[in-house]
Design a protein around this ligand. Sequence first.
Ligand code: SF4
Ligand code: SF4
Length: 115
Amino acid sequence: MQKLYMINHKLNKDDKMITYYGYTDGSGEYYVVIDSDKCTGCEKCVKQCPKTALQMEMTFIDLEDKPLAVVKKEYCNKIKYICTECKPEKNPPLCVLSCPTKAIKYVSTPIEMKS
Ligand code: SF4
Ligand code: SF4
């Protein structure tokens, strides 16, 4: 089933928020994943994204406001198109490579791997 716009919030084992921005299409499921616990707000991913799809956003988490990397709202329903050039064939996307704390990942689950 084609689904061009998905944002899922999940909690990891330590109850920290993980946000999945993604889509599905005929070839599988794809997500940019940001771990709020690991994000230090350094902005490196924001500066490296060739499509300017990311921004920092003050987010209330762990009882305080913290700057977190997020996918811009206006880009959330366009991930399929804007992140396509980065879809990893050999190397991870620049946002992933730039993150010093491994807070951002690109998850790619082709259909054949799901069955
Ligand atoms: S996958 Fe590419 S276009 Fe998408 S957020 Fe990361 S660097 Fe930007
Ligand atoms: S590079 Fe990593 S730690 Fe820095 S703002 Fe982006 S996700 Fe957060």
